[in-house]
Design a protein around this ligand. Structure first.
Ligand code: ZN
Length: 202
């Protein structure tokens, strides 16, 4: 599980929502390409086809807004034609028009984005896991220690499966990892793998 590329197809009006949903997903060691961010960096949306063609998975965010956008169906159709799996993320199942009607996806619950992100991570772990090398079976995030003058790389490994992570979330048990050099401890939300706080350190 390193170096895989995910393309996120979504309506322009949903950019903020998409950024929120993928903010922690982006910390994992694979590429997350959000369509509108790529467009804002000067490309035209039409020219994202190259990006799409090189993706391992396309996540299609289906909302009332996306139903009005011509791009989503085009990008889904393009991905499927290239044999790239499409994971729909939808507010309600009936938004799965056209190509993905039959595909079971992730339900978007705006009132409970933690649960939505958790479910998204479940599916991503299931879809991308077989691509990972056997020597690194676990999902992980790696970041430089943020204590002043430390900067040592810290790795949080997800040793538990998604079911156990959700139980931890329900019991309010955070994930933690310590920096080997300065002994700062970092805490993460087990549902979203979002950073919560740092404690200690020399
Ligand atoms: Zn440190």
């Amino acid at each position: 599980m390193t170096g895989e590329q995910i393309f996120v197809s979504h309506a322009p009006a949903d950019l903020e929502l998409v950024q929120e949903l993928f903010s922690t997903v982006k910390n994992f060691p694979f590429g997350v390409h959000i369509a509108l961010e790529e467009v804002e960096s000067g490309r035209s949306r039409k020219r994202l086809e190259g990006r799409l063609a090189n993706s391992d998975l396309v996540v299609a965010v289906l909302t009332a807004e996306s139903a009005k956008s011509q791009w989503i169906n085009q990008e889904i159709g393009y991905a499927l034609a290239k044999g790239i799996p499409v994971l729909p993320l939808y507010e309600s199942g009936d938004l799965r028009g056209g190509f993905v009607t039959e595909i079971e996806g992730v339900t978007l619950d705006r009132e409970n984005l933690s649960f939505t992100v958790f479910n998204l991570l479940c599916r991503l772990r299931a879809e991308l896991a077989p691509l990972g090398a056997l020597s690194v079976p676990n999902w992980y995030i790696r970041f430089p220690c943020t204590l002043a003058d430390c900067g040592h790389p810290v790795t949080l490994e997800l040793e538990e499966g998604q079911t156990k992570l959700w139980k931890r979330y329900e019991h309010g048990q955070l994930l933690d990892v310590s920096c080997e050099v300065c002994e700062s401890t970092y805490y993460f939300d087990p549902a979203t793998i979002g950073f919560v706080r740092r404690e200690g350190g020399i």
